[in-house]
Design a protein around this ligand. Sequence first.
Ligand code: PEP
Ligand code: MN
Length: 365
Amino acid sequence: MGIKLDLEPLALCGDCMSRPIIIAGPCSAETEDQVLKTARELSSRGIRIYRAGIWKPRTRPNAFEGVGTEGLKWLQMVSKETGMLTTTEVANAKHVEDCLKHGIDILWIGARTSANPFAVQEIADSLKGVDIPVMIKNPVNPDLELWIGAFERINNAGIKKLVAIHRGFSAYDKSLFRNEPQWQVPIELRRRIPELKIITDPSHICGNRHMLYDVSQKAMDLNFDGLIIETHITPDEAWSDAKQQITPQVLKELLSRLIFREEGDLNATINLAELREQIDKLDDKLIQIFEKRMKVVEEIGKHKKENNITILQSQRWDDIVRNRINLGSRKGLSEDFILKVFQAIHQESINHQTVVMNSSEETVK
Ligand code: PEP
Ligand code: MN
């Protein structure tokens, strides 16, 4: 484990920061009317924290880039009229300054910004001496160290109320998701900084409406602390991210269907010790098998060295992948899983053979 941030509880308003923390509001503030109507509908359904992007980082130019500072006044009106806390994205020191002037309650750093240490440091410097909660989205690339580095920079500036937002990671290959969730990254973040709250952003993970529920339930089943979900009074007419936004009514229905399980004490419910012992034994066997496999791999490595043959044998590797995927599918194991496991095993084998190749030991003639 090891990373220690200097954190403080997020007691901002009654229980709105206890699990599940729910944040909702439009991708972008568009007009005063849209911001206020959406806020009223959310507030009447019990939502206490309102999000809206004012400066929008867009992948390509010529898209709607946000209404700018003017929109901050609309968020002030939301806070005055409904009592909701407001949050918006900041990407530089000027954004921070404008938000502080307009009484924004919580800031968030977007995925494109958290990938850039210069920008994060600029924001950190502008926050010195300020007491405001900051949420940091994962960087667009699945680099946990970079994400943790952003927390450290903001924390070193004296910000103690920090939240992580898991919004998924870009990939070249388009899949079901707009941004791959890669759940193992926030899971590892939790292991490294257990006291840090993590909320999930199903809207930017899914990029559509129909998968929002499943991703939200999964986040809750991983014991994450909350959800930030894009919500608009007329989603189809939204100026940005129209496909993934939902109405306040649909949000309410989605939340009411979610099951909020607790980490709880499994020991009390099943004979966990026995099952865990079985898992431990199986893992032990797996490691022994890996050890045996690597011994055989090293033996082959010696022959490759003696005969000046490359470590990588493409045809053999291709055969292994196809054969193992086939075997796995007969045992109910997904192609994705088998591919990842064998890629890792293959990489370890290459590493072992590289050591053999580079060893100065005389080869047997
Ligand atoms: C957003 O929340 O509207 C946004 C721009 O998200 P991200 O930084 O995750 O792309
Ligand atoms: Mn958006």
